[in-house]
Design a protein. Structure first.
Ligand code: BEZ
Ligand code: FE
Length: 267
């Protein structure tokens, strides 16, 4: 027996009232209703249903939850996170990638701190990204499932450094129901290139965020509405010979830096 839930009644009731209002106002008929049922049936057969909901609604939930809070801004998780990526332990950290993974090498430098500036040693980072063709492992190709996905911890100074490739912008799926829908509403399907990160540490609230590259395509005009100014990083032409030698790179190589400030867990 499921108990009465006042919150479900309140929110779902309001959504259904608004939907009915629109159906009446727009005089939606059976032809359109059946087209919608067919579209929804197809969408729920693949990851499209999740892409659709995350694309159109997650940014609103994220703002409701985290607007005007202290510390680093977060943004949407999106549908492409896969838990339990391998934990990097051997330094220097390198993202798991295929032999000859295409793409421009990039070093991501991060620092995790409390709001008072204290570095957090042993913070846990989940990092995932699209490849140089804008494809996510486990979705756009099956194997290796954890390509360009990893977990790692910060060092004693609260820092981490990982060598990867610069991700490319990508389109949310265009060939299925979501793509048809975007075309019908006259929208493109592009997301700007980004890294995804989930940062967790004891005594702190989890930060789910993304980092974008200044000047990159679609940073202005993200289909998912998930870009925030504070999440746009400069791509540096890094001349650090020592770091280059650790990773077998030549200088200058591309790098980005970001400081993650975590809020304390609410008492
Ligand atoms: C993403 O960042 O991976 C994403 C977010 C929302 C919708 C689709 C993809
Ligand atoms: Fe993404």
């Amino acid at each position: 027996m499921v108990e009465y839930n006042a919150r479900v009644d309140e929110v779902a009731g309001a959504i259904m009232d608004r939907v009915r209002e629109v159906l009446v106002e727009k005089k939606v008929d059976y032809t359109e209703y059946k087209a919608f049922l067919q579209w929804a049936r197809e969408a729920t057969e693949t990851v499209d249903w999740r892409v659709f909901i995350d694309n159109f609604f997650e940014w609103t939930i994220e703002l409701n939850t985290y607007k005007n809070v202290d510390g680093s801004e977060g943004t949407v998780e999106g549908p492409y996170f896969i838990p339990d990526a391998s934990l990097l332990t051997e330094k220097p950290f390198v993202m798991p990638m295929r032999p000859n993974e295409p793409g421009v090498p990039m070093v991501l430098n991060g620092e995790v701190r409390r709001l008072n500036g204290e570095p957090i040693s042993g913070a846990h980072i989940d990092l995932w990204q699209a490849d140089d063709g804008g494809r996510y492992a486990g979705f756009d190709f099956a194997e290796p499932r954890f390509n360009l996905r990893a977990r790692l911890h910060t060092n004693e100074q609260g820092r981490f450094q990982v060598r990867t490739i610069q991700p490319a912008p990508y389109q949310i799926p265009t060939s299925g129901p979501v793509g048809r829908f975007l075309e019908m509403i006259g929208s493109h399907a592009w997301r700007p290139a980004h890294f995804h990160l989930i940062v967790t540490a004891e005594g702190c609230q989890t930060l789910t965020t993304q980092l974008y590259f200044r000047g990159g395509d679609w940073v202005d005009g993200d289909v998912s509405n998930a870009v925030k100014d504070s999440l746009i990083v400069d791509v540096l032409e890094d001349k650090d010979e020592e770091v280059a030698s650790w990773y077998g790179l030549t200088v200058p190589f591309r790098s980005v830096n970001y400081v993650f400030e975590l809020r304390p867990t609410e008492a």
